[in-house]
Design a binder for this molecule. Sequence first.
Ligand SMILES: [Cu+2]
Length: 216
Amino acid sequence: MNNRVAVPVLCLTAVVVPVLGLITAVSVITDLRGAGSGAAAAAAAPPTIDYSSPATSTLPTTVYLTIVTGAQTGKDNYPAYVPSSVTIPAHSKVTFVITNFDDATPLQAALFAKVTGTVGNTMSVTPIDPANPNAPGQATTVSQVDPNDVGHTFTAPGLGNLNIPVPGHAQVSFTVETGAAGTFDWNCFDPCGTGPDGTSGPMVTTGYMQGTITVT
Ligand SMILES: [Cu+2]
């Protein structure tokens, strides 16, 4: 009889004592950890990272484009913007520099002779001599160009109604303020291409007189 009673008691003791010991051990470890992290926090606060804010963009805020002639592309009457597609940061001021080695083609629509969509609706124009390209002329700031002097336009209606009339044999620079992310098509609206009205060929070919501006 006594053995039958004693066995459960011993069993209970065998279970309870180790459990109590475990609880005590966990409490000690928790206390030590608390003390340790407190000391570390006092010594050097960990950096705070705010993941709700976007990372600062590493994209360039100056973009360089070159307009090359059909002779340079090796494709008759196929002048091209190089590069024809660019990626720029959102919510930023981005400066474009376009160097045009091509000559003028009179604009058919004088509307595209005006500078729009840039800071101040102006651009800087510096004449260049393609045969001596590192001896630029005097820069001037303009809000429009004589339609007969325009060689190509850089027109992106979706990007703040951007329109740049690029004179023949000139370098232009202008600044745009980007907004939210998006992809915007640009086209040249000067009839520099092939076909009876000059609007075929490179004018309708991505990589020549049309491309995209990606804002990200
Ligand atoms: Cu063009």
